[in-house]
Design a protein. Structure first.
Length: 232
């Protein structure tokens, strides 16, 4: 009854075509533009999104998986989640992601299944506390929580953002790297040694934020770190 009442007060409309009663209709779901996966280091094509052997670094990412490219309707869905505060879209977008996984069985899912989910942690890219308080939520945390629940994997907020960084929008790749330098630290109360980590964010642009998070996680003892984003 509560959901029916809320749907009446705040009706759902498809982010792509404005069809009522859904945020992603089946037609717009099919319009999400998937693309070949790339190595997170050089961003050239890579089978399964695994980092190329020649690109591998001690404190670098082990792989990158993204649902699609940053174009509508996926772009519209992400923007409505972040800027229109439609937090229900986090679950919707993760459902679309996992439906894709169930259908195509990506290499990343195979790795999780092979270990039966043991020693895997789902970690969101954190917002600075002032930014999160202003927005009211962290979209990466909503996405990571949804993955954790639906795959029955452990959620961890082991990363903290300690530097109030500028927005990355409009900055060059070099400025983005400088902006993120020393922006994160580990929560000393949470153990991550020898863990496999799925690092979750909404969009991969240059990868500066995710790479800096990975550096901190690997320095803290993480065994492998994969990045998962909705869009690239």
């Amino acid at each position: 009854m509560l959901n029916t009442f809320l749907d009446f007060i705040f009706p759902k409309y498809c982010v792509g075509c404005s069809k009522s009663d859904t945020y992603f209709c089946s037609a717009c779901n099919l319009k999400i533009q998937q693309t070949e996966l790339v190595c997170p280091k050089c961003e050239r094509l890579s089978l399964g999104g695994v980092v190329h052997p020649v690109c591998k670094r001690k404190f670098g990412l082990d792989g990158l998986w993204s649902l699609g490219i940053y174009k509508n309707p996926l772009k519209a869905g992400i923007q409505k989640l972040k800027y229109r505060y439609i937090t229900e879209l986090a679950d919707v977008l993760i459902n679309i992601t996992l439906e894709y996984w169930a259908k195509y069985g990506p290499l990343l899912l195979g790795k999780i299944k092979k270990s039966r989910g043991k020693n895997w942690l789902i970690v969101p890219v954190p917002l600075h506390k002032y930014r999160e308080n202003w927005r009211g939520f962290n979209q990466a945390e909503l996405l990571a929580s949804a993955i954790s629940r639906k795959l029955d994997l452990e959620f961890s907020d082991c990363l903290k953002r300690i530097k109030e960084t500028k927005t990355q929008v409009g900055q060059s790749a070099a400025d983005r790297r400088d902006n993120m330098k020393n922006a994160f630290r580990l929560n000393p109360k949470l153990e991550i040694r020898n863990s496999n980590i799925l690092l979750v964010d909404d969009v991969w642009t240059t990868g500066s934020t995710l790479k800096e998070c990975c550096y901190v996680l690997k320095r803290g003892g993480a065994k492998t770190v994969w990045a998962l984003t909705l869009a690239r």
